[in-house]
Design a protein around this ligand. Structure first.
Ligand code: HEM
Ligand SMILES: [Ca+2]
Ligand SMILES: [Ca+2]
Length: 334
């Protein structure tokens, strides 16, 4: 089959001339938002922002415009919602960059998420579709799930936005490049796995390890015992890992980088276009190619299969090596 190719004035090659305008914006994002293509806090938060924007939609209608950038354009409303705690920082970082572009808020938020995620080694190269119209109104409150919610509530909210339990677990791969600032405000930047700068399956393993401690100021709402000093475990991640509706999907991700990449990429493609016109232009080739995850995941030092709270008995548990030495303390994301 013939693939259409356009060479932009800048020399970049893309599938559609309309995408040429995006290459300089990708460079702008890398320089001004992502500290020169890092998988750091801004990249993590740009991904979270895309989720909190897009999930504001119901397939039954009347619940917001989905992936429309409403969270950026109507931030004074949406930032008041409890579930958007901590989102103020990335809005403040993105807004001045957004104003230097002529993109719609939706295109900006979802381009930034794809570029930021690409900075994380091991991530799939996410799609980017171009041409979202400006958002019409803020999303209503209570569309974003919270870590205090039950699995039933969470799966019902995702289903209402069009996602199956399998897609929901796939989207939670994002917690491999993630940290919490507001779950326990005494320990900002506390990651959900020991490798928050790598998009690996470490989070699916570590959430299954026996909990021992709370990393900061005791037990907070939406937090449960973590296996490692310096690591935060969300109650919702743990509950989803143990629930019969999701446990085997969760466990299947452990040490299966390719499955995670394929499932996350597909679910994100859906998320990033929720509620948007079907005639968006495919500009996926403006997204940088992520570095590969070259090694294998390991148990953190001192852990082994003995410590895994296996909740799926239909699948064999993969055989995984252990890092040598004493149990680590996971450093915060700076
Ligand atoms: C059951 C659904 C989910 C719940 C309850 C949940 C909850 C949370 C919470 C409580 C935090 C920490 C916020 C803070 O204290 O600063 C967080 C961070 C994060 N979440 Fe989720 N989340 C869910 C699903 C998702 C999805 C679907 C995505 C993306 C596709 C996502 C991406 C992220 C990222 C990247 C961060 C880290 C942000 C940063 O490090 O700045 N989450 N999530
Ligand atoms: Ca929205
Ligand atoms: Ca990780």
């Amino acid at each position: 089959a013939l693939t259409k190719r356009v060479t932009c004035a800048s020399g970049h090659i893309t599938a559609n001339a309309a995408c040429c305008a995006l290459f300089p914006i990708v460079d702008l994002l890398q320089e001004q938002l992502f500290d020169g293509a890092e998988c750091g806090e801004q990249a993590h938060s740009a991904l979270r922002l895309a989720f909190h924007d897009a999930i504001g939609l119901s397939v039954h209608g009347g619940n917001g415009g989905g992936a429309d950038g409403s969270i950026l354009a109507f931030n004074s409303t949406e930032l008041q919602y409890h579930a958007n705690g901590g989102i103020d920082d990335i809005i403040a970082d993105q807004f001045p960059v957004f104003l230097q572009t002529n993109l719609s808020a939706g295109d900006f938020v979802h381009l930034a998420a794809a570029v930021g995620t690409a900075n994380c080694p091991g991530s799939p190269r996410l799609e980017f579709k171009f041409g979202r119209p400006p958002p019409k109104a803020p999303a209503p409150d209570l569309t974003v799930p919270e870590s205090t919610d039950t699995v039933t509530t969470i799966l019902a909210r995702f289903a209402d936005a069009g996602f199956s339990p399998r897609e929901t677990v796939a989207l939670l791969s994002s917690h491999s490049v993630a940290a919490a600032d507001v779950v326990d405000v005494t320990i900002p930047g506390t990651p959900f796995d020991s490798t928050p700068d790598t998009f690996d399956t470490q989070v699916f393993l570590e959430v299954l390890l026996k909990g021992k401690l709370f990393p900061g100021n005791g037990s907070q709402p939406g937090e449960v015992l973590s296996p490692l000093a310096g690591e935060m475990r969300l109650q919702s991640d743990f509950a989803i890992s143990q629930d019969p509706r999701t446990a085997c999907i969760w466990q299947a991700m452990v040490d299966n980088q390719l499955l995670m990449q394929i499932a996350f990429k597909a679910a994100m493609a859906k998320l990033k276009t929720l509620g948007q016109p079907s005639n968006l232009i495919d500009c996926s080739d403006v997204i940088p190619v992520p570095a590969p995850f070259k090694t294998a995941i390991k148990y953190p030092a001192s852990f082994s299969k003995e410590d895994v709270q296996i909740a799926c008995h239909l699948l064999p548990f993969p055989s995984i090596a252990t890092v040598a030495g004493p149990a680590p303390t996971v450093p915060p994301v700076p």
